[in-house]
Write a protein that binds this ligand. Structure first.
Ligand SMILES: [Zn+2]
Length: 246
C-alpha cells in the first residue's frame, strides 16, 4: 500500500485506539506493508483485532503492521476451508499450478462465492446391507456334523489348503526340493505367510494386481516430482505476484 492508503488504514486504527495519525507513521506503515493492498480484508483485519478481547483482560490493545498482515492472511485462508480444485483434463504441471493459484486467489479474495461445506458420510451401512454382508465369505456346511468339524478344523492356517504350495487342509506346508538330499515335499516348519493371511480372512494377493498397484504408485511419484520441479521453477515469480498490485 502507498503512504496515502496507510494513512486511511491508520485513521481506522485511530477510531479504536485514539492514536494520533501522522505522516511519519503513514510512511512507516506503507513501508512495512508494501506488499499488502488496502482492500476490504485489510480493514477487516483491523476490525477483527479490536473485536477480539486481549489474552490479558487488563492489556491495552495496540495494533502493529504485523498484526494486520497476520489477521488478513487468516481471513483469506478461512475462505479456502472448503476449497476443492477443479481440474481440467490433460493439464501440464505448469497449467495445474497456474490454475490452482488462480482458483485459490479468487476464493481467498472473496471474488467468487464460497463452496458449500462438504457433506460428511456418517454412521455405518444400512441394516439390510449389514445383514446381507453377514453371510458373505462364510462356508456353508452340508450338515451339523460338518459344521462342528469345520469349526474345529478352521482354527488356524492348517484349517485351509495352502494357496502357495498346495498343501491340503490339515497337512503342513511343503518345502521346495528336488535334490537327492532334499526330496520334494518335506514339511515346512511354519505355514506359508499367504496361508496364514488367507486363514485370517485377508484377501490373497494376486501377482498381477500387485504389479498394477506398483505401476500406479510409480506413476503417481513421477507426477508429484514433475509438479515439485515446476513449482520450484516459477516459485520466485509467484512470490512477487502473490497479492497482486494494489
Ligand atoms: Zn504352503
Amino acid at each position: 500500500m502507498k503512504p496515502s492508503e496507510a494513512s486511511d488504514l491508520l485513521t481506522r486504527c485511530a477510531a479504536f485506539d485514539n492514536r494520533q495519525p501522522s505522516a511519519t507513521a503513514a510512511m512507516a506503515w506503507a513501508s512495512a506493508l508494501a506488499d499488502i493492498p488496502l482492500d476490504a480484508d485489510t480493514f477487516a483485519a483491523v476490525d477483527r483485532y479490536y473485536g477480539t478481547p486481549p489474552k490479558d483482560p487488563g492489556q491495552r490493545l495496540w495494533i502493529q503492521p504485523h498484526d494486520v498482515r497476520r489477521i488478513r492472511k487468516t481471513i483469506r485462508s478461512e475462505r479456502l476451508e472448503n476449497f476443492i480444485y477443479e481440474p481440467v483434463a490433460d493439464e501440464s504441471p505448469r497449467e495445474y499450478l497456474a490454475r490452482l493459484r488462480g482458483q485459490q486467489n479468487a476464493l481467498a479474495s472473496g471474488r467468487v462465492p464460497q463452496p458449500p461445506a462438504r457433506l460428511a458420510l456418517t454412521g455405518g451401512p444400512h441394516l439390510t446391507v449389514v445383514q446381507a454382508l453377514d453371510g458373505v465369505g462364510r462356508p456353508v456346511p452340508d450338515s451339523d456334523e460338518d459344521d462342528l468339524g469345520d469349526s474345529v478344523r478352521r482354527t488356524g492356517p492348517l484349517g485351509i489348503p495352502c494357496p502357495k504350495c498346495g498343501a491340503e487342509m490339515g497337512r503342513p506346508c511343503k518345502l521346495p526340493g528336488g535334490t537327492d538330499k532334499q526330496p520334494i515335499g518335506r514339511p515346512r516348519p511354519k505355514p506359508h505367510p499367504a496361508r496364514v493371511a488367507a486363514a485370517a480372512g485377508q484377501p490373497v494377493a494376486d501377482p498381477a494386481e500387485r504389479a498394477r498397484e506398483e505401476e500406479r504408485r510409480r506413476e503417481a511419484s513421477r507426477l508429484a516430482l514433475a509438479r515439485i520441479a515446476a513449482e520450484e521453477e516459477i516459485h520466485d515469480a509467484e512470490i512477487v505476484n502473490e497479492d497482486g498490485a494494489p
